[in-house]
Design a protein around this ligand. Structure first.
Ligand SMILES: Nc1ncnc2c1ncn2[C@@H]1O[C@H](COP(=O)(O)OP(=O)(O)OP(=O)(O)O)[C@@H](O)[C@H]1O
Ligand SMILES: [Mg+2]
Length: 192
């Protein structure tokens, strides 16, 4: 199973999602972002005396499909900017997971990311993150995605301070809904 975690907008929660999905699938992380955020997280966590419990390799390479590590499950953390690398990751993936908050700016790029996945022929599923229950933007986003028949994972990841400060540290045991997201992705891919 190869997942590409992508959104063409920066800061939507891709790296957080890639690391947490890898924790609960479980899977290896391929960091395809030249920024190296997932690799840096793993290294910083190790320096803190813990570790992420996940293997991370840095492969910010448009030819990454030829160089992927041999593992049953891979989660590729994509860059919002480097389109050649991101396109390569989406093309090789079985599923594109698109984390997005429900703000208008995040959703604008989410639609664009869905278009790229469709153009490259890879199925996609949206994961709502930084969710604030009961907000108007949540209701509007859920409705808009349903109107366009977009696959949306039932798991919703809440807005949490613990996730805002998670980078660079070992993962706390609380799954924040990523355990359910991982289970739903497995189901989705079995069904195909
Ligand atoms: N559910 C959440 N609740 C609160 N903060 C979150 C949540 N998910 C992610 N964040 C925070 O949002 C910021 C961006 O997250 P992250 O680095 O995962 O995004 P990204 O899409 O990988 O960014 P980039 O485009 O730069 O690679 C980080 O500060 C992260 O801690
Ligand atoms: Mg990132």
């Amino acid at each position: 199973m190869i997942l590409a975690v992508s959104n063409l907008k920066g800061g939507t929660g891709k790296t957080t999602t890639a690391v947490y999905l890898a924790r609960f699938l479980p899977a290896m992380v391929v960091d395809a972002d030249p920024q190296g955020s997932a690799l840096g997280w793993s290294a910083a966590a190790a320096e803190e005396g813990g570790d992420l419990g996940i293997d991370v390799v840095h492969l910010p390479d448009p030819k990454l499909a030829e160089r992927l590590p041999k593992a049953d499950r891979l989660v590729i953390d994509c860059s919002p900017r480097d389109h050649r690398i991101t396109d390569a990751a989406i093309a090789v993936a079985d599923l594109v997971v698109i984390p997005t908050a429900t703000t208008a700016a995040d959703m604008d790029r989410t639609w664009a990311t869905l278009d790229v996945a469709a153009q490259l022929g890879t199925p996609a599923a949206v994961l709502l993150v930084k969710v604030r229950a009961g907000t108007r933007s949540l209701a509007a986003t859920v409705e808009a995605l349903a109107d366009e028949h977009v696959t949306v994972l039932e798991a919703r990841i809440p807005q949490r301070e613990a996730l805002a400060v998670a980078w660079g540290r070992p993962l706390p045991p609380e799954p924040y809904g990523y355990d359910l997201a991982a289970a739903q992705i497995k189901e989705l891919l079995h069904a195909r």
